[in-house]
Design a protein around this ligand. Sequence first.
Ligand code: GTP
Length: 362
Amino acid sequence: MGLRGPGRGYPCVGARGAFCAPGLHVARAPPHVGPRPPSPRLGTCGISGDQVSFPPQTPHPAPDSSPQPEGAAAAGEAVGKRGGDLSCWVWAPGFFPVRWRPMMSVFAPVRRDRIIAELPQCFQREAALHSHTSFHPKVTSACQEQRTGTVGFRISKIIVVGDLSVGKTCLINRFCKDTFDKNYKATIGVDFEMERFEVLGIPFSLQLWDTAGQERFKCIASTYYRGAQAIVIVFDVTDAASLDHTRQWLADALKENEPSNVILFLVGSKKDLSSPAHYRLIERDAIKVAQEMQAEYWAVSSLTGENVKEFFFRVASLSFESSVLAELEKSSARKIGDVVRIASNDGDLYLTAQRRRSKCCF
Ligand SMILES: Nc1nc2c(ncn2[C@@H]2O[C@H](COP(=O)(O)OP(=O)(O)OP(=O)(O)O)[C@@H](O)[C@H]2O)c(=O)[nH]1
């Protein structure tokens, strides 16, 4: 059974690249059989130049009450590690079912506990993307003047990768739903959550792509790596081998992304399971790996919630900062009579990974 996704000759609902509609849950696509169901009406809006679709106003009934392609229910179960929500199946153009979560809306007010007014601090200064204590002054002033782009809100794609069972799903669930499941259920392909923030007064969303760690699902998951603004590589602090494997996960993710356009995070999970003495040992090694990768290091526990919110706030803030700086750089380059070049004194505007890695000063 194949997965339909960007870049594989399959349409992704109203999306270009790897972006999918907020609130739409991409399912593994069963082969189509039988008559084509009516296409849903899809509205579109522009987000940073990418098209995304709104959920259809009249979703097709759920698979159990309507004709469906063979295997659709199985696909739903397969994708839905997070079953039991209010989602239903809808038909997307291109013949494959997607799960629509009606309760999610990009226009609902941002939760009060998702408002970021100051740059959250790093976890370890030795392995941080940068150790500044506040947002880049150009970002702050652009936000004050509402010069962060013509579109009302921004969106960043974050992919979460790492060995099987290291805790990727639990990490996302702890942050997005404040839940923890002690039973392991493998992710098949990818799963997807959208989390909305307000950063310096500007609406900002993170698309969190939870990918499968099992080898046999890797090729499905890797089709969703493209177009990431941040890569989160997770390892288990009680399993040194999972730390060793992070290099390979990074290499695979970078095959689909331009290294200078992504920011990297190395996350040690299950901190609650490690004794302080053991943790100190693995942290020393993890910091070395993070420095080598030029990633920011964090250690978290999804069981207790330790550092989970702080980590995602940091991801949101640095992704936001990086995207606003890129936008400002683009607009300043455009001002120079359509000749795309960067004035030397603006050279720090676009924080490529290389520059971030060298921890340049403002
Ligand atoms: N004690 C403890 N257990 C955890 C923590 N995070 C995850 N687990 C457990 O580890 C197991 C695997 O967690 P998942 O989040 O499903 O792992 P995953 O990386 O998404 O696995 P794949 O979907 O196969 O890639 C589950 O049994 C979780 O309950 C944690 O912080 N502390």
